[in-house]
Design a protein around this ligand. Structure first.
Ligand code: G1P
Length: 299
């Protein structure tokens, strides 16, 4: 089934302080994973799900994201003249069919606040939210997580559908955590809590960077007070929808799917290493190099 949800919001306004000094003057979303900046993977994932309009919620120091998705005619011409076809191929993403829109979050008031800037853009229609610092890796066939979220949202007439992954119990305080109403890969949510302590966590099912919302999320965002860290939390707005009796569903990542989080150095390094070692062009050489290096470091 192809979804009628064709608009997406990518929040990229976060300061990236966990990745200083790398992110002092450049967005974490522009850090490369292999040959591409993180945010390009996110845009390509959304485009492959039929998204035709993308709104970036940006902030200070984020203008390189806008530059990245512009068509650079001069650069193209120079590469054409010098016959560098491989480099021209690397710029193919510039012709991505989607239209890009940008709005600036005026102050750092949290993810929920960032999403609230999308109200006019979404024109009272459902929309996808894809966090700009997270890549979805998929090693199986079938529809990806965003498609499954759209399908769940539409077939169950939901107010929201949210991606979840199981995380080790000791990590629950880094995520929004679900209280599922039943077992299964698709489940209705009874409650959700932002970054609970291990003792208070209702499960180990963690919100994982992809969401689909109907327009009523905006009213919920207006109604909630600041939450964790004094910020307007998207999770709190979802909780309010649930408390109003609205149907909110969770969809689990499948065994072949994983989220690469670029929000801190450890997971960024892991993501980079994995993508480079599996790269169709550079992978073989990088695997040989890494194997030699490991031998040397261990020997
Ligand atoms: C945000 C959300 C959190 C979610 C996480 C990963 O947290 O607030 O609920 O689990 O993204 O999708 P952040 O990583 O921005 O602190």
């Amino acid at each position: 089934m192809s979804s009628r949800i064709t608009q997406a919001v990518i929040p990229v306004a976060g300061l990236g302080t966990r990745m200083l000094p790398a992110t002092k003057s450049q967005p974490k979303e522009m850090l490369p994973i292999g040959t591409k900046p993180v945010v390009q993977y996110v845009v390509e994932e959304l485009e492959s799900c039929g998204v035709t309009r993308v709104l970036f919620v940006t902030g200070k120091t984020k203008s390189s994201i806008e530059n990245h998705f512009d068509a650079d005619i001069e650069l193209r011409r120079a590469l054409e003249i010098s016959g560098k076809q491989d480099l021209l191929d690397a710029l193919k993403f510039e012709s991505i069919g989607a239209s890009f829109y940008y709005i600036r979050q005026r102050a750092q008031r949290g993810l929920g606040d960032a999403v609230s800037y999308a109200e006019d853009f979404t024109r009272n229609e459902p929309f996808i939210v894809g966090l700009g610092d997270s890549i979805m890796i998929k090693e199986n066939g079938g529809p990806g997580i965003v498609q499954r979220l759209c399908e769940t949202f539409e077939t169950r007439d939901a107010a929201a559908a949210i991606a979840f992954q199981e995380v080790p119990r000791e990590n629950v305080s880094k995520y929004g955590i679900a209280m599922p109403a039943q077992e299964g890969d698709v489940f209705r949510l009874e409650d959700i809590v932002e970054k609970p302590s291990v003792a208070d966590a209702p499960s180990n099912l963690a919100v994982t960077a992809r969401y689909v919302f109907g327009p009523e999320i905006f009213q919920a965002l207006r109604e909630i007070p600041p939450g964790k860290g004094g910020e307007i939390q998207l999770t709190d707005a979802v909780r309010l929808l649930i408390r109003k009796g609205r149907p909110v569903y969770g969809v689990k990542l499948s065994p072949g799917e994983r989220r690469l989080d670029i929000g801190n150095f450890t997971s960024y390094f892991k993501g980079f290493i994995e993508v480079v070692l599996k790269d169709p062009v550079y992978g073989a050489e990088m695997r040989r190099y890494a194997a030699g290096l490991l031998k040397q470091l261990e020997g």
